[in-house]
Design a protein around this ligand. Structure first.
Ligand code: AMP
Length: 212
């Protein structure tokens, strides 16, 4: 089964994708996490990627498609996966079609810009296991600044500044919103309200997936 999460950056795709991954037993694949992994290892490719991520722009399609292809060819994705943050352009969506990947369901998480901006500014991430927390919501870590899952010190993402968030939202509207229409015309698009509580929205998502 292949599931796609659409929705603006900061709408909760990563959190919902991680919850669903545990419930379904298939991996959550985040191109943002893959890219941050390359940035950490450094080198020429990292420098190129950094010039896009730090300014809130999308990494060019050919680069991100190669990274995604590499990841989903791993054996843990043989029964499917949940794509978090891919595709983000029509070109990327078409690359999945070209690979013969059937999308069972595309879930769009809907929330307005101010809500997203406020929530993203208090987001905390674990640099070691990529878990996501939020110091201003029900997603607070149990111990302040420490990852519940691996005990590492939580950090703010470099691209979680107000200026970069606004750029990412603008890019989202230009490049990613048209994907709603793309997946709606394939009959697989469902939308959920991103402002609901985590428990409510994750239940809504699970029910949609069960019936897909
Ligand atoms: P995310 O963690 O999904 O918010 O992604 C962080 C950053 O990585 C984005 O702002 C983009 O610069 C880049 N990125 C992640 N996924 C993609 C993608 N599918 N296409 C292009 N750039 C991406």
């Amino acid at each position: 089964m292949t599931i796609i999460f659409l929705g603006a950056p900061g709408s909760g795709k990563g959190t919902q994708s991680a919850i669903l991954s545990k419930r379904l037993g298939i991996p959550s694949v985040s191109t943002g996490d893959i890219i941050r992994g390359v940035l950490k290892s450094g080198g020429e490719k990292a420098e190129i990627l950094k010039s896009y991520t730090e300014s809130g722009k999308l990494v060019p399609d050919d680069l991100v498609i190669d990274l995604l292809k590499d990841r989903i060819s791993s054996s843990d994705c043989s029964k499917g996966c949940i794509l978090d943050g891919f595709p983000r352009t029509l070109e990327q969506a078409k690359s999945l079609d070209d690979l013969g990947i059937h999308i069972d369901i595309a879930i769009d998480i809907d929330a307005d810009d101010d809500f997203i901006c406020k929530r993203t500014l208090s987001r905390l991430v674990c640099p070691k296991c990529n878990s996501v927390f939020n110091s201003a919501t029900e997603m607070k870590p149990k111990s302040e600044g420490i990852c519940d899952n691996c005990g590492s010190h939580l950090e703010q993402r470099k691209d979680d500044t107000e200026e970069t968030i606004r750029t990412r939202l603008k890019v989202y509207k230009e490049k990613t919103l048209p994907l709603r229409e793309y997946y709606s015309s394939k009959g697989v698009l469902h939308s959920i309200d991103g402002r609901k509580s985590l428990a409510e929205s994750s239940e809504d998502i699970f029910n949609l997936v069960k019936n897909a």
